[in-house]
Design a protein around this ligand. Structure first.
Ligand SMILES: Cc1ncc(COP(=O)(O)O)c(C=O)c1O
Length: 399
């Protein structure tokens, strides 16, 4: 899973090239930088890789979501639909720009269910954010079709699935905007970092300006640049751009290793009675960072989870996970905020009060209760495969 497993000479070479110039900032310093623009080069190569006209590098995957929402003009009073199985950053970004996250259930892909999506759309819906969770595709073509019928732009949160595709088309390149994370546990990592991709020049201009305090990036003197709206600092720095270049060149190889491990592990775990593997929209385009599967009921799932612990195989039970699953986001459900006056859940005159009942996504709860996930690394010792065989043997006695 994490690209830090293969950090090596390529990354060192790129980083040293930056250090030789002493220029860490992505803009300016033309005389000192010896023609080296690492962030810009990373953006160019990433745009080519995803076959989009524009790529804008940012400081994180969370920042990428903020920038995407701002580029689309999402703000106070708007609603944004996303899935109840995602990392908290997806809806934090929505709340942070003043809009309201609306949660939709998941289907057998473990991603936003296009059949449930129409029920969540209201006149206030200003964006849909499907998330390609656990390395693999949402039914993005169906989701696009629903969103297009209602003229609602789609932001694909591709933080967990960089390098994934459907029939050769990159994940993140379906919606109006695609966002990526390169944080320290992602396959392509720059330590912290992210990317926003799009085809529309106007969206790119707005994203580029918003992520850099509104700078229009026109003219030779940064200090004299003008602006058309307020922004913030979500810039990527040159060292991250350098890492990104080296890591992008290795991405296919990293994914190929993961795929080989996943195929082997899937074959072994298929020996567990009643096991059902997650549905993949296009198995070839899976980035293979996780092997997700379900058991017929919650009791069997618990039993297998405990057996995993016994044989030393770390299975993630997202049903109990506080960072990726609606039911456990108690700070959201109880509307806890750092703000003295209750923003963004309430406003001072009391007009706005959001409602997030714990049992909102009961069908998703049923799915999650029976789901177990095995993380796949780029490098996996033989020991892991032996433990998987042990798990199957133990399970055959009980499950
Ligand atoms: C689905 C999803 N969206 C957004 C993010 C945020 O990315 P970052 O950690 O780079 O801010 C993550 C991070 O794990 C994620 O999994």
């Amino acid at each position: 899973m994490p690209g830090y497993e293969v950090l090596g000479e390529e990354e060192k070479k790129e980083i040293l090239e930056v250090l030789e110039t002493g220029v860490l900032f992505r803009y300016g310093f033309p005389a000192q930088r010896k023609g080296r623009y690492k962030v810009e080069e990373f953006e160019r190569k990433f745009a080519e890789f995803t076959n989009r006209k524009y790529a804008l590098a940012v400081s994180s995957g969370s920042a990428a979501l903020k920038v995407a929402l701002a580029a689309l003009g999402v703000g106070f009073g708007d609603e944004v639909i996303t899935s109840g199985f995602t990392f908290v950053a997806t809806w934090e970004a929505v709340l942070d720009c003043g809009a309201v996250p609306v949660f939709c259930g998941i289907d057998d892909t473990l991603n936003l269910d296009p059949k449930e999506l129409p029920k969540k759309i209201t006149p206030r819906t200003k964006a849909v954010i499907p998330v390609h969770m656990l390395g693999a595709q949402a039914r993005i073509e169906e989701i696009m079709s629903v969103a297009d019928q209602h003229n609602i732009p789609v932001i694909e949160d591709t933080a967990q699935s960089c390098g994934g595709f459907i029939k050769g088309k990159a994940l993140g390149s379906y919606g109006a905007v695609g966002t990526f994370s390169f944080d320290s546990v992602k396959t392509l990592t720059t330590g912290e970092g992210g990317m926003v991709i799009m085809d529309d020049p106007n969206l790119y201009r707005r994203a580029s300006e918003y992520h850099d305090h509104g700078h229009d990036h026109i003219g030779p003197d940064r200090g004299l640049e003008s602006r058309s709206f307020i922004g913030f600092n979500y810039r990527m720095m040159e060292l991250q751009g350098a890492l990104g270049l080296a890591q992008l060149s290795k991405l296919k190889e990293m994914i190929d290793h993961q795929k080989a491990h996943k195929t082997r592990l899937k074959k072994i775990l298929a020996g567990i009675k009643g096991i059902r593997f997650r549905e993949l929209v296009d198995p070839d385009g899976d980035t293979a960072t996780f092997l997700a599967f379900s058991l017929p009921d919650q009791e069997k799932t618990w039993t297998l989870k405990d057996l995993g612990k016994k044989v030393g195989l770390g299975l993630v039970y997202f049903f109990e996970n506080g960072w990726h699953y609606y039911r456990n986001w108690e700070h959201l459900l109880l509307q806890k905020t750092a703000s003295r006056n209750g923003w963004p859940f309430q406003i001072e005159d009391g007009i706005r009060k959001l409602n997030y009942p714990k049992n909102l996504l009961s069908r998703t709860d049923e799915r999650m209760a029976c789901l177990l996930v095995l993380p796949i690394n780029i490098r996996m010792e033989e020991d892991i495969f032996k433990k998987a065989e042990q798990l199957v043997a133990e399970a055959s006695k009980i499950v």
